[in-house]
Design a binder for this molecule. Structure first.
Ligand code: GDP
Ligand code: MG
Length: 439
């Protein structure tokens, strides 16, 4: 998809003016991608109209080629479509989650709490779902994994009462996240209960949680929840699957709100703050560098590393030492599956991934520890220039570390592979789309 849009754009090379046919071809490519990503027909049609109108009527600023002109318009209109991120000040607040059963509320509650805790705030979660069997245990376990405060009561079957007590019990947290029950479909009881919980906890923000696979149903759900409690933002979950989440845009549109968070997996760390350019890349089926950077930054926070310790820019200049590799593997270990991370890097996704040996993805704690032990037996010079490590040195390092020569060779192989990856990574700087994303 991304490549056919790029193809259409490339045809404009050298042109100084756009004609209707050019614009139509580009609009068609974008329409195809967005509809495939479940964006509603209405929204796609509105967007198409705006792009046509602007591309044909706006005068390109002096010196701008037709191609750059249309690229800018397309990007600006796409940002208009997906919206800016929901404003979430890093301060004390109460957030209530709403949504149908299975949409991902409980998971998102723990993830969001984890996210706020990484920002230095003290979050807590109240589980008010008395309807779904096991809801209490599920929420409690996830909050334990997220290492955040939790309140629930498996013996109390009154959600409103639990909400009231939870609010008292967790009165000293900064960010209170209230998880609620869902049903299979919208029912009066669900909505009534939600309204009562809202009255009791008095949230600053209500977020609607939607499964990325939601299609046309998004509109009705959004309308219902909007009229019951008012929706200030949307959380799109399960973006790690095949669904691109475009359907949720209809909910954003109906509630006149914006997207706050994206869920990208079942673990508490699998959450990202919504950011327009990354989401647009996903919708159009292209990678995004920005999200990778965010993940890397967060992983570094976890290992207590600083930017000075691990500077991707520096690393990509070619001097990729074993020290760099160790830091990078530690960061990856905290980032979740490497294969998922790689999917987010433009140009890396399919191709390179297939060329890599399976164990390239293996950055388990155990493998890391073995590597560390081996590295402790290497000299500074060897660590800085791993390619210079000869056969006799491999023997020495193996003896010194108590590991096998095979393992030492594995470490050197891993290094070679990762430095190749880094080169590839750094060679991806000047694609059209990346320029477009940066504006
Ligand atoms: P709730 O009924 O709205 O509270 O939904 P849950 O939080 O219980 O989630 C329903 C199911 O979806 C659970 O099996 C979750 O593990 C799963 N789930 C939630 N968010 C994500 C996500 O971002 N990615 C994936 N792969 N699964 C998710
Ligand atoms: Mg739940």
């Amino acid at each position: 998809l991304g490549s056919s849009l790029r193809g259409s754009l490339d045809k404009l090379r050298g042109k100084s003016r756009l004609d209707e046919e050019d614009v139509e071809e580009i609009v068609k490519e974008i329409q195809r991608s967005l509809l495939q990503a479940d964006v509603s027909v209405d929204l796609v049609m509105d967007l198409s109209e705006d792009i046509r109108e602007r591309a044909l009527n706006e005068e390109p600023p002096g010196g701008t080629s037709a191609r750059d002109h249309v690229l800018r318009i397309v990007y600006e209109e796409l940002v208009g479509l997906v919206g800016e991120s929901t404003d979430l000040p890093l301060e004390s607040q109460t957030i209530m989650l709403a949504g149908l059963q299975g949409s991902g509320k409980t998971t998102s509650a723990a993830k969001m709490a984890w996210w706020f805790s990484k920002k230095g705030l003290r979050p807590g979660v109240i589980q008010t779902d008395t309807f779904r069997p096991g809801a209490y245990d599920q929420a409690k376990q996830m909050c334990e994994r997220a290492e955040v405060e939790f309140y629930g009561d498996p013996d109390n079957d009154d959600p409103v009462d639990i909400a009231r007590k939870g609010k008292e019990e967790l009165s000293d947290v900064d960010v209170l996240i209230v998880d609620t029950a869902g049903r299979h479909a919208l029912e009066d009881t669900l909505i009534g209960e939600l309204e009562e919980i809202e009255r009791v906890v008095d949230p600053d923000r209500n977020l609607l949680v939607l499964d990325a696979a939601i299609g046309q149903g998004a509109k009705d759900q959004a309308d219902e929840f909007e009229s019951a409690v008012g929706i200030d933002g949307v959380v799109i979950t399960k973006l790690d699957g095949t669904a691109k989440g475009g359907g949720a845009l209809a909910a954003v549109d109906r509630t006149d709100s914006s997207i706050a968070f994206l869920g990208t997996g079942e673990e508490v760390q699998d959450i990202e703050r919504f950011e327009p350019s990354g989401f647009i890349s996903r919708l159009l089926g292209m990678g995004d560098l920005k999200q990778l950077t965010e993940r890397v930054e967060r992983a570094m926070e976890e290992t207590g590393q600083t930017e000075e310790d691990w500077d991707p820019e520096e690393m990509m200049k070619g001097e990729f030492t074993l020290h760099d590799m160790r830091k990078q593997m530690e960061a990856m270990n905290n980032m979740g599956p490497l294969s998922q991370v790689m999917d987010m890097i433009p140009g890396l996704g399919g191709g390179l991934k297939d060329q890599l040996p399976d164990d390239a993805m293996d950055v388990t704690q155990e493998r890391l520890r073995d590597f560390e032990v081996i590295m402790d037996s290497m000299t500074d010079d060897e660590l800085a220039n791993p390619r210079s490590v000869s056969k006799s040195r491999i023997e020495r390092v193996a003896r010194g570390s108590g590991k096998s020569e095979e393992q030492v060779r594995e470490l050197l192989e891993q290094h070679k592979m990762m430095s190749r990856m880094m080169k590839q990574f750094s060679g991806m700087g000047d694609g059209d789309m990346q320029r477009m994303m940066k504006k």
